[in-house]
Design a protein around this ligand. Structure first.
Ligand code: ADP
Length: 860
């Protein structure tokens, strides 16, 4: 057995090997150790290998799915080795000692799941392949649970953004390729050949040329080849559902890199979960397919105005008719996940229930079609979707006749083909039920003949049908020549067989077996019909998902009084009463009110420098405007009273380092790498939000960098930008940068307490309120009082010396400071400014204060 195991394990490579033994999947050696730890199950041992006990653990085969799900979550891949013959067959083949043959029938990997239990209903499950062809990258991605496949080519500087958008659960790349994410699975480089990619796609979709699907470049086809080869490997030659590929062009989408996505918390919050993310605050879809489409829309907002307007038109139409929207959502809520049911059927892992779902889902789609078709004033996108909702009449009629109303998931027991569908099957079932009736008659006959009223005919999996009597009556039946043969003696009961019972039982078994085989044939035929119609069914599923997204967006807009954005080709961003959807929802849950703010950027006033106290609402304001752009370009309404948005080609969001301490790499380094990317990639049409960039280093460095970045964004990139900063000194840039204006979040001190108004106002921030924020945060009163005294001294010093930015007077253009006082560099003030009060322990704060005081005393 070990030899067989080791051979299979060699084939499984770095996947855990699930080795089928009877009712269990067993794991051995390191696999066992790893699985026992992840699954928290007992690690035992079995036999010996090279003189040491072999570690082993196992999971029951019938509940393997749950364990697989946990292994997938932990990042493992699994090879399933099944028994490919019965023990009887093995004995016939090789004698009584023969080992049952086993083979790896499939690999279970995070990106190639189709099982309902292993997939999250509201998230697409993406498998991607990437390759490099002479400096240009090809990316192929598919969600095999629904068959969606897309190909993309991008230059090196867009690769990160493209992969970030896909958020693949599994990525494969040619061995030895440079610049791939470290968790990519290496595959033989020869599998990434564009010729074989093209050939495979043509063969798969039975076309002579791929032109009808789009224009695909060599790198795209090479990546497709790698993807399909991997699917072949994982499915052991059994390819899952793959729909015709779509070419995705980078320029058609609003580009966002990984840093931007995570700082805007588009699909996951900074804590990692969906809670607190943008999608969580926006998603009102009633189907899993709708939620997946919405996630896709938000990950890849559009840049084409006509396409965005088309989506908006549908949302507006549904927004304007709450009754229609309500009805539609009610009907859609009950629709099964067509795409995923189809995915399982095509992958050969479908069940009768999946076929029932196809029947019901397609029939509902048809109803929706008729309902919407009857409406006048339909928006253009709806007209484009309607044809996809219908046209399955023949298939649904056939399925309706063939299947029982709620077919089971398990098909080994049969019973899913409806009565009257197949005359022959009905006859076989009739034979069974006649025989069953005959058995009931036999029972009565035996009772009369033997005079034992307690005699029963029973059935179990081992003996089949048998006669059972209480032990005290057994002697009467055991007596020879009375027609009964003894089979089994139990505690308290004895079991017998009889010739006529045996005959009836055989009739049941025979006809039952024939019936099962017949149902299997029908099942295969029904699956075949679904597979033949797979493209049309997938189109219907996609159209339903699109409708659900639009209705959900309209619902969300109605809930929060959102508005339809007006799109423009000018470089404007004009938002009145904008809100942050996530923060507003969170505040609402606590009964607090969100303060709406306006934003108004245009070519002549394109960079807003925003100051004000910590916790004043700067980050929130920055992000809400970026999210409004994102939502609008994804084709939805936005949380504002009105919004005029000049289309954006790239969105950048950066947060100064100290908010991102968890990242590992030197935080300032990260901050600068990310900032560098903006300076290299942003165009005039981009929108950039920069939150406290520069604070990850010393005050001087930070201020200098922030200064230079603002100048570059303003004068060379010339894009729209919101820049939050606590460096007052940057305000002086307003004098040299004609399209830059100063703003601040308002705060007031009232009876010694700080009141944050979260309201944006024009002009520079008057002061930083650092001490008031410290007090608000619970820094002990004596420490705050002491800091106040130090601050007074420092401010006096600043008045005398001119402050940190005094030297900037020498820079051409910048003459006067806001204070209109001549300023001189002041070390102490800059040190105080650089203190992140929130990050100090009381003890550190006190030490720091003594140190500052010592230095203050040295001042003139
Ligand atoms: P900053 O970036 O200025 O430090 P944040 O934007 O992080 O401030 O906001 C701090 C907190 O203030 C938020 O978590 C939120 O609770 C609250 N807040 C921010 N903006 C608003 C607003 N417009 N209306 C109401 N509360 C807000």
């Amino acid at each position: 057995m070990m030899a067989q195991y080791l051979a299979l394990k060699a084939e499984a490579g770095d996947c855990l090997l699930f080795y089928r033994m009877g009712d269990f999947f067993e794991l051995f050696f390191d696999d066992a150790r790893q699985a026992a730890q992840v699954l928290d199950i007992a690690l035992t041992s079995r036999g010996e290998h090279n003189g040491v006990p072999i570690p082993m653990c196992g999971v029951p085969a019938h509940s393997a799915e749950g364990y697989l799900a946990r292994l997938m979550k932990a990042g493992c891949r699994v090879a399933i080795a099944e028994q490919t013959e019965t023990p009887e067959q093995a004995k016939q083949r090789g004698g009584s000692k023969a080992l049952v043959a086993r083979a790896i029938v499939r690999f279970v990997t995070a990106g190639t799941l189709t099982e309902e239990a292993l997939l999250e209903p509201r998230r697409a499950n993406v498998l991607a392949a990437v390759c490099d062809l002479r400096g240009s990258y090809g990316i192929a991605a598919c969600d095999i649970s629904t068959g969606r496949m897309e190909l993309e080519e991008c230059p090196a500087d867009r690769l990160g953004a493209a992969l970030a958008r896909l958020g693949a659960s599994e990525l494969v790349a040619p061995e030895g390729m440079a610049d791939v994410p470290p968790d990519a699975i290496p595959r033989p480089a020869r599998e990434f050949s564009s010729d074989s990619g093209e050939a495979r796609l043509k063969q798969l979709h039975e076309v002579a040329t791929l032109d009808a699907f789009g224009a695909f470049s060599r790198p795209m086809l090479a990546a497709a080849a790698g993807l399909i080869a991997y699917l072949d490997h994982v499915g052991r030659g059994n390819l899952p559902l793959l729909l015709p590929p779509m070419a995705r062009s980078g320029a058609a989408h609003l580009a966002m890199d990984e840093a931007t996505r995570s700082s805007l918390e588009v699909l996951a919050s900074s804590q990692g979960g969906r809670r607190g993310s943008l999608i969580d605050a926006v998603d009102r879809c009633v189907t899993g397919a709708g939620a997946r489409q919405l996630a896709d829309d938000l990950s890849a907002p559009l840049t084409d105005r006509a396409e965005i307007e088309a989506r908006l038109g549908l949302v507006a139409w549904l927004h304007g008719d709450p009754l229609l929207r309500g009805d539609l959502r009610e009907v859609m809520r009950a629709i099964p996940d067509l795409g995923r049911a189809l995915g399982r059927v095509v992958a050969g892992r479908g069940s009768p229930r999946d076929l029932g779902q196809l029947r019901d889902g397609l029939a509902e789609a048809r109803r929706i079609h008729d309902y919407l078709q009857a409406r006048k004033d339909r928006p253009a996108l709806l007209d484009a979707l309607l044809p996809a909702l219908t046209g399955h009449g023949a298939l649904t009629d056939h399925f309706a006749r063939a299947l029982v109303p709620s077919p089971p998931t398990e098909r080994s027991q049969g019973g899913f083909i409806a009565e009257l569908f197949d005359h022959g099957l009905d006859e076989l079932r009739q034979v069974s039920s006649d025989a069953r009736r005959a058995i009931a008659v036999l029972e009565a006959k035996y009772r009369t003949e033997t005079g034992i009223a307690a005699l029963k005919i029973r059935h179990n999996g081992v003996l089949g049908y048998f006669i059972e009597v209480p032990a005290k009556h057994a002697d009467a039946l055991i007596a020879p020549d009375n027609g009964f043969t003894h089979r089994q003696t139990m505690a308290g009961a004895v079991r017998f067989n009889a010739v006529d019972l045996h005959e009836e039982a055989s009739r049941i078994a025979r006809s039952g077996g024939f019936a099962l085989a017949r149902e299997e044939e029908h099942f295969a035929d029904l699956c075949g019909r679904a597979v033949a119609d797979r493209h049309r069914i997938a189109e219907t599923a996609a159209a339903l998902a699109r409708l659900d997204v639009a209705a959900g967006q309209a619902e969300r807009a109605a809930e929060g009084s959102w508005c339809r954005p007006e799109l423009s080709d000018d470089r404007v961003l004009d938002i009145t009463s904008g809100r942050h959807p996530v923060v507003e929802t969170a505040l609402g849950a606590r009964g607090e009110r969100f303060v709406a703010n306006d934003c108004s950027l245009a070519s002549a006033d394109r960079l807003w420098l925003i100051g004000g106290p910590n916790m004043g609402g700067k980050s929130t304001f920055l992000r809400q405007n970026a999210l409004i752009v994102l939502l609008a370009q994804a084709g939805g309404f936005v949380p504002a009273d009105s919004a005029r948005i000049g289309l954006v080609d790239r969105l950048f969001s950066r947060v100064g380092a100290s908010d991102n301490l968890a990242r590992g790499r030197s935080t300032f380094m990260v901050e600068m790498v990310e900032t560098a990317a903006i300076l290299a990639q942003a165009s005039e049409r981009s929108f950039v939000i920069l939150d406290e960039v520069g604070r990850g280093t010393s005050t001087y460095d930070g201020l200098a960098l922030a200064w230079a970045v603002v100048e570059a964004v303003h004068s060379s990139i010339r894009c729209r930008c919101l820049f939050a900063t606590h460096y007052h000194e940057l305000a002086r840039l307003a004098e040299s940068c004609e399209a830059l204006s100063l703003h601040h979040v308002r705060a007031r001190e009232w009876q010694g307490d700080l009141v944050l108004l979260h309201e944006l106002a024009e002009g520079p921030a008057d002061r930083s309120y650092g001490l008031a924020v410290a007090k608000l945060a619970g820094v002990p009163a004596p420490v705050v009082a002491r800091a106040k005294a130090v601050l007074e001294r420092l401010e006096k010093g600043r008045e005398a010396t001119g402050g940190i930015a005094a030297g900037l007077g020498d820079l051409p253009l910048f003459a006067a400071a806001i204070e209109h006082k001549e300023e001189v560099v002041d070390q102490l003030r800059s040190r105080l400014e650089a203190i992140d009060v929130d990050a100090l322990s009381p003890r550190e704060a006190l030490d720091l204060l003594y140190e500052l005081k010592r230095e203050a005393e040295k001042l003139p």
